[in-house]
Structures are given as C-alpha cells and as structure tokens.
Design a protein around this ligand. Structure first.
Ligand SMILES: [Zn+2]
Length: 325
C-alpha cells in the first residue's frame, strides 16, 4: 500500500482515472475483499453497471448476499452522497495530510478544480476525519493556554467596545485554547486541544482531570486557574515572570506547538470563525501527533478516519447541501 501512496507522483495515476481511484480506495478499505457496510457480510458480489443513453451506469456497485442491500465503497464514509469524484477526494486527503501549515479552501478549490464551496466542505469533512478519540494522558504532561483570533484594533468600533467590556483589551475577541501535551522523546509527544468557554478554575481543571491520568506529573505556568491541582497530580509550576525553564519543568513543547498552529491559522487560513475553530485544531493536531511518520503514513491514517464519520453540510452550516458538493 505504501508504495502506491508514497508521494504525489506515485498517487498521480489514481487522480486522473476514477476507476483507478475507486480501486485504490477499495484496496485500502477492504484489504481482504469487499465487506457489506450494512450487515458486515463478507461475500457480496459485483453488479454490472446498467448503461443508459444518459448515464454510463453506477460503477463499483456491490450487492450483499446476506442482507440483499446494494452498496459502494463510499457508503458509510465522509465521501457518501458527495458529487466530487473519489480521485479528487484522494488528492485532497494527500494535500491536507502532507501540508505542514494546512491548505486553504481557496487553494483546494484551485488545485482540485471544484467550486470554492465544495472545497470548503471537503476541507471540513477531512478535518472531521482527522479528529481523534479522547484519551488519558500520562507520564509528564504539559498544560498551557493561548488565545486565537483577530486583533481588537481591526474590529468594528461597536464590536470592539462590546468585547472589551467582557474580556479586557489584550484578549478581546479572541478564543482561548488549552493544550495538554504528553511529553515523549520517541515516539513524538502527543497533544490534545480544547476550546475554552471560560478561563475559570472549574473549567480549566475539569479538562485537566478528564484528560490526564490521576497521579501524572503536570507542568504548567503560574496561571491561577491551575491552583489546586496538586491534590490529584504532581504539579510543577514554572513562573514565566521569573524564568521559562527550570530543569525538566517547562511548557516549551506547548509553546512550539502554539507557534506552528498560529503560523497555520494566520498564514494559511487567515480568518477562522470561532464556531469552526475546533476543526482547524483537529487538523493541526492530527499532523503534529503523526509527524513521526511520512506523508504516506498520514495519508493512510486520514483515510482510515473516513469510516463512520459522516458530516453533513446541514450539520456544518445549518443550510441545505448545494448541488456541487
Ligand atoms: Zn449485508
């Protein structure tokens, strides 16, 4: 599998031909032959496409012997009901998995030759495929928070006044994001991100307790919302007013991650709606946590994520799916 998905050049032949793209997806999804997504039956048979004067017929269609239902390789995946060819989906997965600072909907739109709205929807469905299951972090865990969003000086004066009343000048209009990073030399450190609705102690500490194993070693800065965690963790504090590193006690791995995330958001996405921010965080987390592997590894991993993760346009936007998506 790795040889066919190693790089853009190797994948190229699957992008120009829809039959080859479908075959590749089938071989990746069903390495031991087709399996019915409705009942799990493993002995379906292939149906011959019925061509009419208007259409060449539906290719890649199977029928399950057990439940008698028909299906294709895209059923139960983020590709289901999409008008975008599989070949373009595969190219989009490769581009998003391999680009360290992400790829904007405008660039996907130009490179894939689909409408901007279809490209935007593809990007969000792929970010959804890249989202990871929550897990308990252990060992040495760094916790840190940052603020993402537009500068107050660029806001309309009425909005600026409104957000400053709520949040103060420096973080007005920004979204607070918290990182929990399990420190490793090899394999690479793993990060989990959470959008914070408030900076209050009960929310910050609730996230730490839900995601870090009781008794783990926690490194944080001197932010007051972390006070009290010492009851459940070995809590080391590094006060950034004094220094940034004290032996092993620091949050520098989180700082490195923030630098990369902010370059992606400012440089590639430019403006991110707070409502959709968690999806961009999922995408950046996926690439960061799997940075030890090559592009082929991340491509295969993102493809695995397409299963059982449908995301409808209505769920994303609250409006109907346009014809072109
Ligand atoms: Zn079946």
């Amino acid at each position: 599998m790795a040889s066919t998905t190693k790089n853009l050049s190797a994948l190229g032949k699957h992008f120009s031909n829809e039959d080859k793209a479908r075959e590749l997806l089938e071989s990746l999804r069903w390495p031991n032959g087709p399996v019915c997504p409705h009942c799990g039956g493993d002995s379906p048979y292939k149906l011959t496409p019925k061509a009419t004067s208007k259409s060449p017929g539906r290719k890649g269609l199977y029928k399950c012997k057990a439940c008698r239902k028909q299906f294709t390789v895209t059923v139960g995946t983020i590709f289901e009901h999409s008008h975008v060819p599989i070949s373009k989906w595969l190219l989009a997965i490769h581009l998003l998995s391999a680009s360290k600072k992400g790829m904007s909907a405008h660039q996907l739109h130009r490179m894939l030759g689909v409408t901007y709205r279809a490209a935007w929807f593809i990007g969000h469905r792929l970010r959804h495929a890249m989202s990871q299951e929550p897990m308990n972090l252990t060992g040495i865990v760094e916790a840190d928070e940052t603020y993402i969003g537009g500068k107050a000086r660029n806001m309309h004066v009425a909005k600026k006044r409104r957000v400053m009343m709520k949040r103060g000048r420096s973080i007005a209009g920004k979204v607070a994001v918290m990182a929990l990073l399990e420190r490793h030399d090899k394999p690479s450190s793993q990060v989990r991100l959470h959008v914070l609705h408030s900076l209050r102690r009960h929310e910050v500490q609730g996230i730490v307790r839900d995601n870090v194993k009781h008794g783990a070693t926690l490194h944080t800065d001197a932010f007051s919302s972390y006070t009290g965690l010492i009851a459940d963790f070995t809590h080391n504090v590094i006060d950034h007013a004094e220094c940034y590193v004290d032996g092993e006690v620091h949050t520098n791995n989180c700082e490195n991650f923030w630098a990369l995330l902010k370059r992606a958001i400012k440089g590639t996405y430019v403006s991110v709606e707070p409502f959709h921010l968690f999806r961009y965080l999922d995408e950046q987390t996926f690439r960061f946590n799997n940075r030890g592997g090559d592009d082929a590894f991340r491509f295969a991993l993102a493809l695995k994520g397409i299963l059982g993760k449908r995301l409808t346009y209505t769920a994303l936007t609250g409006s109907e799916l346009p014809e072109t998506c």
